[in-house]
Design a protein around this ligand. Structure first.
Ligand SMILES: [Cu+2]
Length: 304
């Protein structure tokens, strides 16, 4: 008994300790014993369904158990009382079969409609983000000034090409990257999910979103619309190796103005970077043409 108590105390301490490290994401101060507060349009719809099922099940549980306990006490064994043999009641049987059937059918139809709504094509004008998972982190890629994400191919992945951009596609030249997922509020966000190595999973509890990232595939059906600004955490929820516990990235849902400001800053930085790279290339070419042999001083030395 004492060892069970010690184990329970140890587990509670662990949970409390894990909770206190929650520095990046939204800190939960209320609603601690329920799901975290929903933060997307789809999440709210999922909650409506989940809450309905929960309260219905709870009501049925309380009702059936109360009736059970009542009859258990009422017809307990007492001296002189005789057992009564019942052979059932067809009318009652039909009623208590028909009601659950109708409820289950309703739930099937409603949840199927919700599923297809959440998996419908993303609306026009969604913010497109390429999210690449790897052991053990996340890289995000956004379209540059042209508003177009460059094409990617799994065969193009390399140390210098972490998104697997296809070199011939000019649309990818101005794409910029980020290690945090910054998105505007009240606007649909379309995720293109990739993995560079093993299976990972895109999981945001407040978005009620869980989608595996499979190497070699582009998962293009994930989209959502954030309903409130705040800091959240993108955490991998597929055990993917020794560093899995720490595979996370910050998510910032910001106002449209703040998003545009951040985007403009990133686009400018990318343009500056491209300019510096072009200047370095020109310098290299001119140096090479001045010293066609490539390594002039040593050549002169060897002549001596
Ligand atoms: Cu992972």
């Amino acid at each position: 008994m004492r060892s069970v108590l010690a184990k329970l105390l140890f587990c509670t301490a662990l949970v409390l300790l894990a909770g206190s490290f929650d520095a990046l994401a939204e800190v939960r101060e209320r609603n601690l014993y329920w799901a975290p507060e929903a933060a997307t349009v789809g999440a709210k719809k999922i909650d409506t369904l989940l809450n309905f099922i929960f309260y219905l099940t709870a009501a049925v549980f309380v009702l059936t158990q109360s009736v059970y306990i009542y009859y258990l006490v009422k017809y307990r064994k007492r001296p002189g009382s005789k057992a009564y043999y019942s052979h059932g009641n067809n009318k009652l049987e039909i009623i208590w079969t028909a009601i659950p059937t109708a409820i289950f059918l309703g739930l099937v139809i409603y949840s199927n409609r919700l599923w297809s709504e959440l998996h419908s094509p993303p609306p026009e004008g969604s913010v497109k983000v390429d999210v690449v998972s790897y052991q053990f982190g996340w890289d995000m890629r956004y379209a540059g000034a042209d508003g177009q994400l460059g094409k990617v191919d799994v065969r193009s992945y390399s140390v210098d090409n972490k998104f697997g951009l296809v070199p011939d596609d000019a649309a990818g030249d101005d794409d910029f990257s980020s290690t945090e997922l910054v998105i505007p509020v009240n606007k649909p966000v379309h995720i293109y999910l990739h993995s560079r190595d093993v299976i990972h999973s895109f999981y945001v509890p407040q978005f009620r979103l869980y989608q595996a990232a499979v190497p070699g595939r582009t998962i293009a059906w994930v989209w959502f619309e954030p309903t409130r600004t705040g800091n959240f955490e993108l955490a991998c929820s597929q055990i993917c190796g020794s560093g899995h516990y720490n595979m996370k990235a910050p998510i910032r849902v910001v106002s449209q103005e703040e998003f545009e400001k951040w985007q403009a800053g990133k686009i400018n930085a990318k343009a500056e970077e491209a300019k510096a790279a072009a200047a370095a290339r020109t310098l290299r070419t001119s140096t090479a043409s001045t010293h066609p042999a490539g390594d002039a001083p040593r050549n002169e030395e060897s002549k001596l």
